[in-house]
Design a protein. Structure first.
Ligand SMILES: Nc1nc2c(ncn2[C@@H]2O[C@H](COP(=O)(O)OP(=O)(O)OP(=O)(O)O)[C@@H](O)[C@H]2O)c(=O)[nH]1
Ligand SMILES: [Mg+2]
Length: 348
């Protein structure tokens, strides 16, 4: 896995109109320098051909830059390839890049056709007319791709936000039901300042922060994920699937966060069912340990905490009890993670 977002260089995609305005206006401003003794008609021909050549050069350069700036999706590390598929659909992205790449030779052929046409014209007016005709046909080729260009710009905006995973640090994936306090914990644990609010599905994508000690040393990265509901995989939306992807591809250890109260809006048995699914599908198969955090202890009653522990068949000292909002016991999460990483080779 590389150490930067592979979509960082994704070139800004202009609309068809912006591309055409840019190419045609630049083309007119760069005129050919011509020998004084050339006959007038010849001068006009050269000037018009030059304008066509310039516009094609400018236009195709822009289109090529877009196509070349997107990495080969098949060669991307698993995490990025699958995340990009969830965010934008890789097949649509591939197809769209192919379409844009496909119009480059079409524009070149049109350029050739009009160079010849202008070359054989007999009046200056005809030459100018041919050039306008070329601009018209070229515009129609590019305009037909406008929805593709808009889609590519949407892809660029979404993919630019993909987090950069650091290979040299272990990854703590914070997962659980919506609204249980995952982002609050991530904010307390790391440099990330994710949005926190009292409604579910506040976090809609994967965020990454780093745990840095008081001397500035980095120890691990913390991945905030969207809430996951206990339901069949096929019913899960693309927001939930990003959390599953993080569990699947980058987790060294999972912090599974519980809200033992009714504050999150979800009952404890659904949260336990989700934990069991994660244990069965990810933790066991991939050998990823799960650390249980019971959050909102400032708000929870003693009965709520004991009944959750009973259902989990765990003792108090096997879990970490936190009040993430007040920062209470977050240091226990840190020390538990640090002691885990000390004895573990985290590289997967
Ligand atoms: N009383 C109390 N409230 C908390 C605690 N931790 C988080 N909250 C509150 O719970 C609500 C949800 O917190 P978030 O951190 O956004 O929860 P989340 O799990 O990231 O939610 P999603 O991103 O929607 O899945 C917010 O109103 C927080 O202020 C806590 O320890 N005690
Ligand atoms: Mg959140």
């Amino acid at each position: 896995m590389q150490n930067s977002n592979p979509f960082e260089e994704f070139y800004r995609v202009w609309s068809a109109q912006e591309l055409l305005d840019f190419a045609f206006s630049k083309a007119s401003s760069k005129t050919a320098s011509l020998p004084k003794l050339l006959p007038n008609l010849e001068k006009v021909k050269r000037k018009e051909i030059k304008r066509i050549e310039n516009s094609v050069k400018i236009l195709n350069e822009k289109l090529e830059k877009i196509v070349k700036s997107v990495p080969n999706l098949d060669e991307l590390p698993d995490f990025y390839r699958r995340l990009s598929h969830l965010l934008v659909n890789n097949d649509d992205l591939r197809k769209s890049l192919g379409r844009i790449n496909g119009i480059i030779p079409v524009i070149k052929r049109l350029e050739k056709e009009y160079r010849r046409k202008i070359g054989s014209q007999e009046t200056a007016k005809q030459c100018a007319y041919s050039r306008t005709q070329f601009f018209g046909r070229c515009s129609s080729i590019v305009r037909k791709q406008n929805s593709i260009l808009t889609f590519l710009e949407e892809c660029r905006i979404k993919l630019r936000e993909v987090p950069t995973v650091n290979l040299t640090l272990p990854s703590v994936v914070v997962a659980g039901y919506p609204n249980v306090g995952k982002s609050t914990i991530v904010g307390q644990l790391s440099t990330a300042q994710p949005q926190v609010s009292d409604y579910p599905f506040t976090t809609k994508q994967i965020y990454l922060g780093t745990f840095v000690d008081q001397y500035g040393s980095k120890y691990f990265q913390v991945i905030d994920t969207p809430g996951i509901l206990d339901r069949p995989m096929i019913k899960r939306n693309n927001i939930e699937k990003q959390a599953i992807l993080a569990l699947n591809t980058i987790a060294t250890i999972v912090l599974f966060v519980f809200d033992p109260t009714v504050a999150s809006g979800y009952d404890v048995s659904s949260q336990i069912a989700l934990l069991r699914e994660i244990e069965a599908n990810f933790a066991a198969g991939l050998d990823i340990p799960i650390k249980i955090v019971i959050n909102k202890i400032d708000f929870a009653t003693e009965e709520e905490i004991s009944s959750l522990l009973a259902e989990l068949k765990m003792n108090r000292d096997e879990v970490i009890l936190t009040n993430a909002k007040g920062g209470e016991n977050v240091d226990s999460v840190v020390s538990s993670l640090l002691s885990f990483f000390k004895d573990t080779d985290f590289r997967r």
